[in-house]
Design a protein around this ligand. Structure first.
Ligand code: SF4
Length: 443
Protein backbone atom coordinates (compact mmCIF):
# COMPACT_ATOMS: atom_id res chain seq x y z
CA UNK A 1 0.00 0.00 0.00
CA UNK A 2 3.12 2.19 0.20
CA UNK A 3 2.64 3.14 -3.49
CA UNK A 4 -0.89 4.49 -3.05
CA UNK A 5 0.13 6.98 -0.36
CA UNK A 6 3.12 8.68 -1.96
CA UNK A 7 3.18 12.33 -2.95
CA UNK A 8 6.19 14.45 -3.86
CA UNK A 9 5.79 18.18 -4.45
CA UNK A 10 9.46 18.95 -5.12
CA UNK A 11 9.83 18.22 -8.84
CA UNK A 12 13.59 17.64 -8.45
CA UNK A 13 12.91 14.71 -6.20
CA UNK A 14 10.19 13.12 -8.34
CA UNK A 15 12.47 10.74 -10.37
CA UNK A 16 14.17 9.28 -7.29
CA UNK A 17 10.83 9.02 -5.50
CA UNK A 18 9.33 7.15 -8.49
CA UNK A 19 12.28 4.74 -8.56
CA UNK A 20 11.91 4.08 -4.87
CA UNK A 21 8.14 3.79 -4.88
CA UNK A 22 8.01 1.35 -7.77
CA UNK A 23 10.72 -0.74 -6.16
CA UNK A 24 13.04 -0.29 -9.15
CA UNK A 25 16.47 -1.47 -8.15
CA UNK A 26 19.61 0.42 -9.09
CA UNK A 27 22.32 -1.89 -10.43
CA UNK A 28 25.77 -0.54 -11.18
CA UNK A 29 27.13 -2.38 -14.19
CA UNK A 30 30.66 -1.13 -13.57
CA UNK A 31 32.73 0.01 -10.61
CA UNK A 32 34.30 3.19 -11.98
CA UNK A 33 37.72 3.20 -10.38
CA UNK A 34 41.12 3.70 -12.08
CA UNK A 35 42.49 0.31 -10.93
CA UNK A 36 41.44 -3.22 -11.81
CA UNK A 37 38.50 -4.32 -9.71
CA UNK A 38 37.62 -7.99 -9.17
CA UNK A 39 37.29 -10.63 -6.48
CA UNK A 40 40.61 -12.03 -7.71
CA UNK A 41 42.50 -9.20 -5.93
CA UNK A 42 40.90 -9.85 -2.56
CA UNK A 43 43.84 -11.61 -0.91
CA UNK A 44 46.44 -9.13 -2.19
CA UNK A 45 48.89 -7.60 0.32
CA UNK A 46 50.40 -4.13 0.05
CA UNK A 47 53.93 -4.34 1.46
CA UNK A 48 55.84 -1.46 3.03
CA UNK A 49 58.00 -0.91 -0.06
CA UNK A 50 54.86 -0.58 -2.25
CA UNK A 51 53.08 1.70 0.20
CA UNK A 52 51.76 5.15 -0.69
CA UNK A 53 49.54 5.69 2.36
CA UNK A 54 48.05 3.73 5.24
CA UNK A 55 45.20 4.29 7.68
CA UNK A 56 44.72 2.60 11.04
CA UNK A 57 46.77 -0.36 12.26
CA UNK A 58 49.65 1.06 14.26
CA UNK A 59 49.85 4.16 12.06
CA UNK A 60 46.72 6.14 12.99
CA UNK A 61 43.11 5.96 14.15
CA UNK A 62 40.70 4.49 11.63
CA UNK A 63 37.21 3.09 11.78
CA UNK A 64 34.19 2.28 9.64
CA UNK A 65 30.59 2.74 10.57
CA UNK A 66 27.46 1.92 8.58
CA UNK A 67 24.02 2.93 9.76
CA UNK A 68 20.52 2.66 8.38
CA UNK A 69 18.52 5.87 8.23
CA UNK A 70 14.81 5.70 8.85
CA UNK A 71 13.80 8.49 6.46
CA UNK A 72 14.56 8.33 2.80
CA UNK A 73 15.42 12.06 2.55
CA UNK A 74 18.28 11.56 5.04
CA UNK A 75 20.22 9.75 2.32
CA UNK A 76 21.10 11.12 -1.10
CA UNK A 77 21.96 8.18 -3.29
CA UNK A 78 25.50 8.33 -4.71
CA UNK A 79 26.54 11.36 -2.64
CA UNK A 80 30.18 11.35 -1.56
CA UNK A 81 31.97 13.84 0.68
CA UNK A 82 35.59 14.00 1.80
CA UNK A 83 36.20 16.14 4.86
CA UNK A 84 39.95 16.64 5.25
CA UNK A 85 43.02 16.06 3.08
CA UNK A 86 43.05 13.50 0.28
CA UNK A 87 45.93 11.09 -0.32
CA UNK A 88 47.67 13.54 -2.69
CA UNK A 89 47.89 16.07 0.17
CA UNK A 90 49.86 14.05 2.68
CA UNK A 91 52.10 15.84 5.16
CA UNK A 92 55.66 15.93 3.76
CA UNK A 93 57.18 13.28 6.02
CA UNK A 94 54.17 11.08 6.61
CA UNK A 95 52.67 8.06 4.92
CA UNK A 96 49.59 7.86 7.07
CA UNK A 97 46.32 9.63 7.76
CA UNK A 98 43.51 8.98 10.19
CA UNK A 99 40.30 7.81 8.52
CA UNK A 100 36.60 7.46 9.26
CA UNK A 101 34.41 5.78 6.65
CA UNK A 102 30.81 6.68 7.37
CA UNK A 103 28.17 4.98 5.23
CA UNK A 104 24.48 5.87 5.48
CA UNK A 105 21.94 3.64 3.81
CA UNK A 106 18.21 3.76 3.38
CA UNK A 107 16.02 0.91 2.27
CA UNK A 108 12.38 0.04 2.63
CA UNK A 109 13.34 -3.48 3.64
CA UNK A 110 16.46 -2.49 5.59
CA UNK A 111 16.56 -3.46 9.28
CA UNK A 112 18.77 -2.28 12.12
CA UNK A 113 19.99 -5.88 12.52
CA UNK A 114 21.42 -5.82 9.01
CA UNK A 115 23.78 -2.89 9.72
CA UNK A 116 26.75 -4.97 11.00
CA UNK A 117 26.39 -7.38 8.09
CA UNK A 118 26.61 -4.62 5.50
CA UNK A 119 29.35 -2.83 7.44
CA UNK A 120 31.47 -6.00 7.37
CA UNK A 121 31.28 -6.04 3.55
CA UNK A 122 33.41 -2.87 3.42
CA UNK A 123 36.34 -5.23 4.05
CA UNK A 124 35.54 -7.37 1.03
CA UNK A 125 34.52 -4.58 -1.34
CA UNK A 126 37.66 -2.52 -0.71
CA UNK A 127 39.88 -5.56 -1.10
CA UNK A 128 38.52 -6.20 -4.61
CA UNK A 129 40.43 -3.10 -5.80
CA UNK A 130 43.94 -3.86 -7.02
CA UNK A 131 46.50 -2.13 -4.84
CA UNK A 132 44.13 -1.60 -1.90
CA UNK A 133 44.47 -3.73 1.23
CA UNK A 134 41.86 -3.75 3.98
CA UNK A 135 42.39 -5.75 7.18
CA UNK A 136 40.20 -5.83 10.30
CA UNK A 137 36.90 -4.16 11.07
CA UNK A 138 35.11 -1.53 13.12
CA UNK A 139 37.73 0.59 14.95
CA UNK A 140 40.41 -2.07 14.57
CA UNK A 141 41.07 -1.72 10.90
CA UNK A 142 44.08 -1.19 8.70
CA UNK A 143 43.96 0.06 5.13
CA UNK A 144 46.87 0.43 2.74
CA UNK A 145 46.93 2.02 -0.71
CA UNK A 146 49.85 1.15 -2.97
CA UNK A 147 52.01 3.57 -4.95
CA UNK A 148 50.80 1.88 -8.14
CA UNK A 149 47.13 2.48 -7.31
CA UNK A 150 47.91 6.10 -6.40
CA UNK A 151 49.81 6.67 -9.64
CA UNK A 152 46.91 5.24 -11.62
CA UNK A 153 44.72 7.94 -10.07
CA UNK A 154 43.12 6.19 -7.11
CA UNK A 155 41.89 8.79 -4.58
CA UNK A 156 39.62 8.60 -1.55
CA UNK A 157 36.51 9.44 -3.58
CA UNK A 158 36.93 6.02 -5.19
CA UNK A 159 36.22 4.39 -1.83
CA UNK A 160 32.78 6.04 -2.10
CA UNK A 161 32.40 4.84 -5.70
CA UNK A 162 33.22 1.25 -4.66
CA UNK A 163 30.89 1.13 -1.68
CA UNK A 164 28.02 2.77 -3.55
CA UNK A 165 28.33 0.45 -6.54
CA UNK A 166 28.87 -2.78 -4.62
CA UNK A 167 26.19 -2.26 -2.00
CA UNK A 168 23.72 -1.62 -4.83
CA UNK A 169 25.03 -4.58 -6.77
CA UNK A 170 24.86 -7.15 -3.97
CA UNK A 171 22.30 -5.79 -1.52
CA UNK A 172 19.69 -4.12 -3.71
CA UNK A 173 17.04 -6.37 -2.14
CA UNK A 174 17.35 -4.37 1.10
CA UNK A 175 19.17 -1.13 0.22
CA UNK A 176 17.76 1.62 -2.01
CA UNK A 177 20.05 4.57 -1.30
CA UNK A 178 23.67 4.88 -0.20
CA UNK A 179 25.81 7.88 0.67
CA UNK A 180 29.41 7.86 1.86
CA UNK A 181 31.42 10.39 3.88
CA UNK A 182 35.13 10.09 4.57
CA UNK A 183 36.92 12.08 7.27
CA UNK A 184 40.69 12.43 7.48
CA UNK A 185 41.11 15.02 10.25
CA UNK A 186 41.91 13.71 13.70
CA UNK A 187 39.55 16.08 15.53
CA UNK A 188 36.56 14.90 13.43
CA UNK A 189 37.51 11.28 13.88
CA UNK A 190 37.78 11.59 17.66
CA UNK A 191 34.26 13.04 17.82
CA UNK A 192 32.66 10.55 15.44
CA UNK A 193 34.33 7.56 17.05
CA UNK A 194 32.42 8.11 20.29
CA UNK A 195 29.06 7.46 18.57
CA UNK A 196 30.45 4.55 16.58
CA UNK A 197 31.83 2.86 19.71
CA UNK A 198 28.49 3.27 21.46
CA UNK A 199 26.78 1.51 18.55
CA UNK A 200 29.40 -1.28 18.46
CA UNK A 201 28.67 -1.86 22.16
CA UNK A 202 24.91 -1.87 21.62
CA UNK A 203 25.32 -4.41 18.84
CA UNK A 204 27.42 -6.62 21.12
CA UNK A 205 24.88 -6.30 23.94
CA UNK A 206 22.03 -7.75 21.85
CA UNK A 207 23.48 -11.22 22.14
CA UNK A 208 24.15 -11.18 25.88
CA UNK A 209 21.85 -13.56 27.70
CA UNK A 210 21.81 -16.11 24.88
CA UNK A 211 23.66 -19.38 25.36
CA UNK A 212 24.95 -22.07 23.03
CA UNK A 213 22.53 -24.52 24.65
CA UNK A 214 19.55 -22.32 23.79
CA UNK A 215 19.93 -22.84 20.03
CA UNK A 216 20.17 -25.91 17.84
CA UNK A 217 21.86 -24.10 14.97
CA UNK A 218 25.20 -22.35 14.68
CA UNK A 219 26.44 -20.37 11.67
CA UNK A 220 29.56 -20.58 9.57
CA UNK A 221 31.51 -17.64 8.29
CA UNK A 222 33.70 -18.14 5.26
CA UNK A 223 34.26 -14.49 4.46
CA UNK A 224 37.99 -14.64 5.22
CA UNK A 225 38.72 -17.56 2.90
CA UNK A 226 40.10 -15.07 0.38
CA UNK A 227 43.07 -14.55 2.73
CA UNK A 228 43.06 -17.93 4.48
CA UNK A 229 41.50 -20.42 2.03
CA UNK A 230 40.98 -23.20 4.60
CA UNK A 231 39.70 -21.04 7.44
CA UNK A 232 36.17 -21.57 8.76
CA UNK A 233 34.75 -19.50 11.62
CA UNK A 234 31.95 -21.17 13.55
CA UNK A 235 29.83 -18.50 15.18
CA UNK A 236 27.78 -19.46 18.23
CA UNK A 237 25.79 -17.32 20.68
CA UNK A 238 28.65 -17.56 23.18
CA UNK A 239 31.52 -17.29 20.74
CA UNK A 240 31.54 -14.53 18.16
CA UNK A 241 33.67 -14.53 15.01
CA UNK A 242 37.32 -13.92 15.77
CA UNK A 243 37.26 -10.54 14.00
CA UNK A 244 34.79 -9.38 16.64
CA UNK A 245 32.42 -8.06 13.96
CA UNK A 246 30.10 -11.05 13.56
CA UNK A 247 27.92 -12.30 16.37
CA UNK A 248 25.53 -15.24 16.01
CA UNK A 249 22.71 -12.74 15.39
CA UNK A 250 24.71 -11.01 12.66
CA UNK A 251 25.52 -14.31 10.97
CA UNK A 252 21.83 -15.23 11.15
CA UNK A 253 20.83 -11.87 9.63
CA UNK A 254 23.47 -12.29 6.94
CA UNK A 255 22.00 -15.67 5.99
CA UNK A 256 18.53 -14.12 5.76
CA UNK A 257 19.84 -11.45 3.40
CA UNK A 258 22.00 -13.78 1.28
CA UNK A 259 20.97 -17.43 1.65
CA UNK A 260 23.85 -18.58 -0.55
CA UNK A 261 26.44 -16.34 1.13
CA UNK A 262 29.32 -17.00 3.55
CA UNK A 263 27.11 -17.48 6.63
CA UNK A 264 25.40 -20.84 6.47
CA UNK A 265 23.30 -22.42 9.21
CA UNK A 266 24.72 -25.61 10.70
CA UNK A 267 22.32 -27.78 12.65
CA UNK A 268 24.60 -28.86 15.50
CA UNK A 269 23.58 -32.51 15.44
CA UNK A 270 24.85 -35.11 17.90
CA UNK A 271 27.13 -33.93 20.69
CA UNK A 272 30.53 -35.56 20.22
CA UNK A 273 32.10 -34.00 23.32
CA UNK A 274 30.30 -31.45 25.49
CA UNK A 275 33.45 -30.43 27.42
CA UNK A 276 35.39 -29.62 24.24
CA UNK A 277 32.36 -28.20 22.44
CA UNK A 278 32.22 -30.62 19.50
CA UNK A 279 29.17 -31.62 17.47
CA UNK A 280 29.14 -34.06 14.56
CA UNK A 281 27.48 -31.76 12.01
CA UNK A 282 29.84 -28.92 12.91
CA UNK A 283 32.83 -31.23 12.44
CA UNK A 284 31.46 -32.46 9.09
CA UNK A 285 30.87 -28.91 7.91
CA UNK A 286 34.35 -27.74 8.93
CA UNK A 287 35.98 -30.74 7.28
CA UNK A 288 34.19 -30.12 4.03
CA UNK A 289 34.62 -26.33 3.93
CA UNK A 290 38.25 -26.34 5.12
CA UNK A 291 39.06 -28.37 2.01
CA UNK A 292 39.55 -31.44 4.18
CA UNK A 293 42.46 -29.85 6.09
CA UNK A 294 40.63 -29.76 9.44
CA UNK A 295 38.87 -32.91 10.68
CA UNK A 296 37.24 -31.57 13.81
CA UNK A 297 36.94 -28.37 15.79
CA UNK A 298 36.45 -27.76 19.50
CA UNK A 299 34.59 -24.57 20.26
CA UNK A 300 35.70 -24.49 23.91
CA UNK A 301 39.28 -25.71 23.78
CA UNK A 302 42.65 -24.11 23.19
CA UNK A 303 44.63 -27.35 23.27
CA UNK A 304 42.48 -29.99 21.58
CA UNK A 305 41.46 -29.24 17.97
CA UNK A 306 41.03 -25.49 18.46
CA UNK A 307 39.38 -23.39 15.79
CA UNK A 308 41.71 -22.18 13.05
CA UNK A 309 42.56 -18.49 12.77
CA UNK A 310 42.57 -16.33 9.64
CA UNK A 311 44.32 -13.01 10.20
CA UNK A 312 41.52 -10.72 11.37
CA UNK A 313 41.52 -11.71 15.05
CA UNK A 314 41.11 -8.93 17.58
CA UNK A 315 43.19 -10.85 20.16
CA UNK A 316 45.44 -13.88 20.40
CA UNK A 317 45.23 -16.35 23.26
CA UNK A 318 48.58 -18.12 23.79
CA UNK A 319 49.73 -20.79 26.17
CA UNK A 320 52.49 -19.98 28.69
CA UNK A 321 53.50 -23.53 29.75
CA UNK A 322 55.78 -22.43 32.61
CA UNK A 323 52.86 -20.53 34.17
CA UNK A 324 50.41 -23.37 33.49
CA UNK A 325 48.14 -20.68 32.07
CA UNK A 326 47.37 -18.51 29.07
CA UNK A 327 47.91 -14.90 28.08
CA UNK A 328 45.77 -12.75 25.82
CA UNK A 329 47.16 -9.92 23.73
CA UNK A 330 45.21 -7.52 21.52
CA UNK A 331 46.17 -5.93 18.23
CA UNK A 332 46.93 -2.48 19.69
CA UNK A 333 49.59 -3.74 22.09
CA UNK A 334 52.99 -3.28 20.48
CA UNK A 335 55.29 -4.44 23.29
CA UNK A 336 56.82 -7.84 24.02
CA UNK A 337 54.63 -10.31 25.86
CA UNK A 338 55.73 -12.90 28.44
CA UNK A 339 55.67 -15.62 25.76
CA UNK A 340 58.64 -13.79 24.20
CA UNK A 341 56.80 -12.47 21.16
CA UNK A 342 54.96 -9.30 20.16
CA UNK A 343 51.41 -9.43 18.77
CA UNK A 344 52.77 -9.09 15.21
CA UNK A 345 55.18 -12.02 15.58
CA UNK A 346 52.52 -14.16 17.21
CA UNK A 347 50.02 -13.27 14.48
CA UNK A 348 52.48 -14.51 11.86
CA UNK A 349 52.50 -17.98 13.43
CA UNK A 350 48.81 -18.20 14.40
CA UNK A 351 47.04 -16.97 11.23
CA UNK A 352 46.61 -18.47 7.79
CA UNK A 353 43.72 -20.83 8.50
CA UNK A 354 45.53 -23.62 10.31
CA UNK A 355 44.78 -25.19 13.68
CA UNK A 356 47.56 -24.33 16.13
CA UNK A 357 46.99 -26.05 19.51
CA UNK A 358 47.97 -23.66 22.29
CA UNK A 359 47.29 -20.58 20.16
CA UNK A 360 43.95 -19.12 19.20
CA UNK A 361 42.72 -15.99 17.43
CA UNK A 362 39.60 -14.64 19.17
CA UNK A 363 37.21 -11.71 19.25
CA UNK A 364 37.80 -9.80 22.48
CA UNK A 365 34.28 -10.48 23.75
CA UNK A 366 34.99 -14.22 23.77
CA UNK A 367 37.21 -13.53 26.81
CA UNK A 368 34.01 -12.58 28.66
CA UNK A 369 32.12 -15.66 27.53
CA UNK A 370 31.25 -18.46 29.95
CA UNK A 371 32.63 -20.76 27.24
CA UNK A 372 36.07 -19.11 27.13
CA UNK A 373 38.55 -22.06 26.91
CA UNK A 374 36.19 -23.95 29.18
CA UNK A 375 37.89 -27.29 28.48
CA UNK A 376 41.09 -25.90 30.05
CA UNK A 377 39.31 -24.43 33.07
CA UNK A 378 38.10 -21.09 31.68
CA UNK A 379 39.08 -17.65 32.90
CA UNK A 380 41.05 -19.03 35.85
CA UNK A 381 43.77 -19.91 33.31
CA UNK A 382 44.25 -16.27 32.35
CA UNK A 383 47.55 -15.08 33.80
CA UNK A 384 48.51 -12.06 31.68
CA UNK A 385 46.93 -9.43 29.45
CA UNK A 386 47.89 -5.85 28.47
CA UNK A 387 46.66 -3.18 30.88
CA UNK A 388 44.78 -1.42 28.08
CA UNK A 389 42.79 -4.56 27.21
CA UNK A 390 42.07 -5.22 30.87
CA UNK A 391 40.71 -1.70 31.23
CA UNK A 392 38.82 -1.92 27.96
CA UNK A 393 36.91 -4.96 29.20
CA UNK A 394 36.64 -3.19 32.56
CA UNK A 395 33.66 -3.97 34.79
CA UNK A 396 32.48 -6.80 32.55
CA UNK A 397 35.77 -8.60 33.08
CA UNK A 398 35.66 -7.90 36.83
CA UNK A 399 32.20 -9.48 36.93
CA UNK A 400 33.39 -12.55 35.00
CA UNK A 401 36.36 -12.86 37.38
CA UNK A 402 33.98 -12.81 40.36
CA UNK A 403 31.72 -15.40 38.73
CA UNK A 404 34.73 -17.66 38.07
CA UNK A 405 34.74 -18.59 41.75
CA UNK A 406 37.90 -16.53 42.34
CA UNK A 407 36.65 -13.11 43.52
CA UNK A 408 40.15 -11.58 43.48
CA UNK A 409 41.15 -13.05 40.10
CA UNK A 410 41.13 -9.58 38.49
CA UNK A 411 44.02 -8.45 40.71
CA UNK A 412 45.91 -11.68 40.10
CA UNK A 413 46.01 -11.27 36.30
CA UNK A 414 49.34 -9.67 35.47
CA UNK A 415 49.91 -6.94 32.88
CA UNK A 416 53.00 -5.31 31.35
CA UNK A 417 53.49 -3.03 34.34
CA UNK A 418 54.47 -6.05 36.46
CA UNK A 419 55.76 -8.59 33.92
CA UNK A 420 56.98 -8.74 30.35
CA UNK A 421 59.12 -11.87 30.70
CA UNK A 422 58.09 -15.33 31.83
CA UNK A 423 60.43 -15.07 34.88
CA UNK A 424 58.78 -11.84 36.02
CA UNK A 425 55.40 -13.38 35.37
CA UNK A 426 56.05 -16.53 37.44
CA UNK A 427 57.39 -14.42 40.29
CA UNK A 428 54.23 -12.22 40.23
CA UNK A 429 51.84 -15.20 39.98
CA UNK A 430 53.56 -16.95 42.87
CA UNK A 431 53.42 -13.80 44.99
CA UNK A 432 49.66 -13.29 44.44
CA UNK A 433 48.79 -17.01 44.47
CA UNK A 434 47.25 -17.20 40.99
CA UNK A 435 44.88 -20.20 40.70
CA UNK A 436 46.45 -21.41 37.41
CA UNK A 437 49.54 -22.54 39.34
CA UNK A 438 47.41 -25.08 41.20
CA UNK A 439 45.34 -26.31 38.24
CA UNK A 440 45.77 -29.52 36.30
CA UNK A 441 48.83 -29.37 34.02
CA UNK A 442 48.06 -27.81 30.62
CA UNK A 443 50.75 -29.82 28.83
S1 SF4 B 1 37.03 -13.41 11.03
FE1 SF4 B 1 35.54 -15.06 10.89
S2 SF4 B 1 33.57 -14.11 11.41
FE2 SF4 B 1 34.99 -12.45 10.93
S3 SF4 B 1 34.64 -12.05 8.75
FE3 SF4 B 1 36.38 -13.50 8.90
S4 SF4 B 1 35.49 -15.53 8.70
FE4 SF4 B 1 33.82 -14.08 9.19
Amino acid sequence: MFEALVTEKDYKKIPSKCILTRGIKVKMSEVAVPVSYAAAFEGERVRREQLHVEFGGKASTAFEYLTAKSKEDEVEDGKFELIGPDIDQLPATSKSLPLAIIVDVYGRKMQKDFEPVLERQIHRFMNYAMGIMHVGQRDMKWVRISKDAFEKGFRLKHVGVILHAMLHQEYSAIVDKIQVKLYTKQEDIDKLLVAAKKTYEERDERISGMSDESVDTYYSCLLCQSFAPNHVCIVTPERLGLCGAYSWLDAKASFEITPTGPNQPILKGRTVDQRLGQWDNVNDFVKQRSNKTIDKVSMYSLMDSPQSSCGCFECIVAIIPEANGVMVVHRDYSGITPCGMSFTTLAGSVGGGVQTPGFLGVGKLYILSKKFILAEGGLKRLVWMPKELKELLGDKLRKCCQESGQPDLWDKIADETVATTSEELISFLTKVGHPALEMEALV
